[in-house]
Design a binder for this molecule. Structure first.
Ligand SMILES: Cc1cc2nc3c(=O)[nH]c(=O)nc-3n(C[C@H](O)[C@H](O)[C@H](O)COP(=O)(O)OP(=O)(O)OC[C@H]3O[C@@H](n4cnc5c(N)ncnc54)[C@H](O)[C@@H]3O)c2cc1C
Length: 401
C-alpha cells in the first residue's frame, strides 16, 4: 500500500490531525527525548506526509504537512529540519525519487530523527556554478567504486555520517552524461574533512578530500552515468529549502529588525519608512512562497524555486544591514568576537552583527543569484539560453582552468 484510502482533502486533514493528537498524547514533546519523538513521528507517517506509507509518509498531498507543522511545533515538538538541514531538505527528496527500496529503508528514518546527519558533496575548487564540470572521479573495481578527488564548501561535513557525492565515472562522455551519484560514508577510510573559516569566524563548512575511498555499488543512487538527473533533484530542492521558507507573519529576519527597532526606541520617520519597505518585501516573499508551496506537486520542484532563492538572498542582506545600522557604532563590533567554532547548525545567528555577516553568503550558497536569474530567464521567461560551448564535447577534451 502506498497511500491512505481517504476520500477528500477534509478527510485527509481529519486523519492527519488525529494522528498528530495521538503522537502528542503518546509522547508529550516536553518530556520526550527528541530522537524518540521524531522516530514515532516518522513511523506514524507524519515526517513527510506526501512520501509513501512506511517511508515516513501517508501518500497524501504535501499541503497536509502544514497541518502537521502547525499542530506539532506550537506543542514544543522538535523540528527535524533544524537537526539535519541538508539531509531533510535535499537528501530525503533525492532518496525518495532515485533511491532503491533498500536505500530508503536504510536511510530515511535516522535522517529524519537527526541520528545521522547528511552533507552535500557537489562543489569543487574548479566546479561551483558549473557543477557538471566536476573532476572528482570514481572507478569501478569489482563490486566497489574507488573515489579520488576534492570537494569544497561542504556544509556540516564535520558532523555528517553520510554525504551525497557526485563523481565523474566516464570522462569521455559530455559533462552532464558521465557522472554518477553515490551515498558515501563520511567515516570511511580515505575521507578527510578540513575546516574552512567564514567571515563570521565560524567554520560551518569544510574541504573534503577523497583518497582511494571505497563505496559499495549498492550505495549508488540511480543508474551509472545518470548522476545529473539525481543532482538536479537535489539542487531544485536545495533552492526551495534555502529560499522557500514560510515563517509566521513578521517573524524571521524581519522580526529581528522590528525587535531591534523597538528595543532602540527609534522614532525617526525616514528609518521607519525604510523598515516598512523591508517589511512589505518580506511579506510579499512569504506570500509568494506560500503560493509556490501550494502549487508544488509531489516530486522535484520546478524552476520557480529560484524566485524565492534569489529574492530571499537580497532581502536577508538588506534587512540585516538595516538592523546593524540601527545599532549605530555598536553595530561595527561583533559582541562574541571571532572565535573558531564548529557549529552544529548551518545558517544560524546569535546577534545582528553575525546575521549581517552570515547573510552575505546567501547569494552564493545553493547556487548564486546570477545562476538563479539565468534559470528564471531561460526556464520561466523563455529567454535565449546562456552560452554553453562545452555541452556536447567529451569532458576529457574540455580545457580546465
Ligand atoms: C555558505 C556556503 C555554503 C555552501 N555549502 C555547500 C555545500 O554544502 N555543498 C556544496 O557542494 N557546495 C556548497 N557551497 C558552494 C556553492 O554552491 C558555490 O559556492 C556556488 O555554487 C558558486 O560556485 P563558486 O563558488 O565556484 O563560484 P563560481 O561558479 O566560480 O562563480 C563566480 C562568480 O561568477 C558568476 N557566474 C558563474 N557562472 C555564471 C554564468 N553562467 N552566468 C552568470 N554569472 C556566472 C557567479 O554568479 C559568481 O558571481 C556553499 C557555499 C557557501 C557560500
Amino acid at each position: 500500500m502506498t497511500s491512505l484510502d481517504t476520500a477528500s482533502p477534509e478527510t485527509d486533514e481529519t486523519t492527519v490531525a488525529a494522528l498528530c493528537q495521538q503522537l502528542l498524547e503518546e509522547l508529550p514533546p516536553k518530556h520526550t527525548d527528541p530522537v524518540a519523538f521524531l522516530g514515532r513521528q516518522f513511523d506514524l507517517g507524519l515526517a513527510w506526509v506526501h512520501f509513501p506509507v512506511g517511508q515516513g509518509g501517508l501518500g497524501l498531498s504535501p499541503r497536509q504537512q502544514r497541518t502537521i507543522n502547525e499542530t506539532l511545533y506550537p506543542a514544543g515538538a522538535p523540528i527535524a529540519a533544524f537537526r539535519n538541514v541538508i539531509g531533510h531538505g535535499m537528501g530525503a527528496p533525492t532518496l525518495i525519487t532515485h533511491g532503491t527500496e533498500a536505500q530508503k529503508a536504510r536511510y530515511l528514518r535516522p535522517l529524519f530523527t537527526g541520528e545521522e546527519v547528511w552533507c552535500q558533496l557537489f562543489s569543487e575548487p574548479g566546479a561551483g556554478s558549473d557543477v557538471a564540470g566536476l573532476a572528482t572521479k570514481a572507478v569501478l573495481d569489482g563490486e566497489e567504486w574507488i573515489v579520488n578527488g576534492q570537494k569544497v564548501w561542504t556544509t556540516l561535513a564535520h558532523l555528517a555520517k553520510w554525504g551525497m557525492l557526485v563523481a565523474r565515472t566516464d570522462p569521455d562522455q559530455p559533462k552532464h552524461k558521465g557522472m554518477t551519484y553515490f551515498v558515501v560514508d563520511m567515516h570511511a577510510p580515505g575521507v578527510e574533512v578540513r575546516p574552512l573559516f567564514q567571515i563570521t569566524g565560524e567554520a560551518e563548512f569544510n574541504e573534503v578530500y577523497f583518497t582511494d575511498v571505497r563505496i559499495p555499488d549498492s550505495e549508488r543512487l540511480g543508474e551509472v552515468g545518470e548522476g545529473w538527473r539525481a543532482t538536479l533533484t537535489t539542487l531544485m530542492n536545495e533552492r526551495v529549502a534555502i529560499g522557500g521558507g514560510i515563517p509566521a507573519k513578521g517573524a524571521g529576519f524581519i522580526g529581528e529588525a522590528v525587535k531591534e527597532w523597538k528595543a532602540g526606541g527609534h522614532t525617526d520617520a525616514a528609518r521607519r519608512d525604510a523598515l516598512m519597505a523591508l517589511w512589505v518585501r518580506a511579506e510579499v516573499l512569504r506570500l509568494t512562497n506560500i503560493r509556490a508551496s501550494q502549487l508544488r506537486a509531489v516530486g522535484t520542484p520546478g524552476p520557480e524555486g529560484s524566485i524565492g532563492k534569489a529574492l530571499s538572498a537580497d532581502l536577508n542582506k538588506d534587512i540585516s544591514a538595516f538592523t546593524v545600522g540601527l545599532l549605530g557604532a555598536e553595530g561595527m563590533l561583533k559582541p562574541d568576537g571571532y572565535p573558531m567554532e564548529r557549529p552544529k547548525h548551518a545558517m544560524q545567528w546569535a546577534n545582528p552583527q553575525q546575521a549581517f555577516l552570515r547573510a552575505r553568503a546567501n547569494s552564493i550558497e545553493g547556487g548564486t543569484t546570477e545562476i538563479a536569474k539565468n534559470i528564471l530567464g531561460e526556464r520561466v521567461l523563455g529567454l535565449p539560453g546562456d552560452v554553453r560551448n562545452d555541452k556536447d564535447v567529451p569532458w576529457s577534451q574540455v580545457p580546465r582552468s
